[in-house]
Design a protein around this ligand. Sequence first.
Ligand code: ZN
Ligand code: ZN
Ligand code: ZN
Length: 83
Amino acid sequence: MCQQEVYGNLHQGCGCFDVIYPGNKLDCGQPNCGTSSAHAHRAYCRCPKQPQESRRIINLFRPMCDRHKAAQWEAAVGRRGSR
Ligand SMILES: [Zn+2]
Ligand SMILES: [Zn+2]
Ligand SMILES: [Zn+2]
């Protein structure tokens, strides 16, 4: 299976990985792999079409990402809220 390097930031608080930019694609050269340049099939094949993500961490953050922080905050406010 091919590998796609992705560079990004990992948030340990929620486990999210924000991709900043993609890196090299490593072609496995297998004819039974959908993302390889050596892929042999044309149609109706069941080969995997997604390369395996190989994460390269640029920054490691302990807190949650903004998205999860906002969601948590909203949940906390919503529980208390009386609308
Ligand atoms: Zn492959
Ligand atoms: Zn998150
Ligand atoms: Zn195939």
